[in-house]
Design a protein around this ligand. Sequence first.
Ligand code: PGA
Length: 246
Amino acid sequence: MLIAGNWKMNGGQQALGEVRQLTGLITSKGAEILICPPATLVTQMAQAVAGTGISVGGQDCHPEASGAHTGDIAPELLKDAGAQSVILGHSERRADHGESDSLVQAKTRAAWRAGLRAIVCVGETAQQRSAGLTIAVVTGQLSGSLPGWSGQAALDQVLVIAYEPVWAIGTGLVPSNEDIIAVHAAIRTHLLQAFGPAGKTVKILYGGSVKPDNAQTILHLPEVNGALVGGASLKAADFARIINSV
Ligand code: PGA
């Protein structure tokens, strides 16, 4: 199980204090924990969690390794700063910055080039769900966003999928258990088709309004291998309760 915290554009020195508290609150041994703070905090966070088993990730990267791209961050720079993973194709980036599947695919390749694990996000909007397009949208995003893998490392070391229905993010709404099960099963089928037996090993996270009160149920559904947590990852006590539901 992987429990990943996505701090989005939040956090500061106070939030670093929350992380120091977090380690004292974790009782579950079954979860791998990842925190993705804003890029400005990656180095300090990596220092703060050194030796705790918690790892640090970025929230986006540029496809190129260096160059004239003001304001962007190469995956190589994230890696240098202490990140081991990077979230890619989050719906807020797809919406706010018009990120396409092919850009997410280029970023995934770039993350692999730099030695980062890519956490590739997919998910349908409310409109797409009511039009009955959820599975088609999600599998279409996977087809467009995932490159082929022929590297040395095992696929599960370099790729994680996060299913995040857009309408569930930050709203307190979550799909029914049956809906989560159906989408995760479709993602698993796609991974097996795309990568062969290695597709079985890739973790599929659920994200979108995961809270201390619903984590236990969601994390025990078939093919749910962890969670990507936004708002509830900012408070040590809440994040610890989610981690301890594993
Ligand atoms: P949320 O965000 O947990 O605040 O809904 C999840 C995400 O966007 O990754």
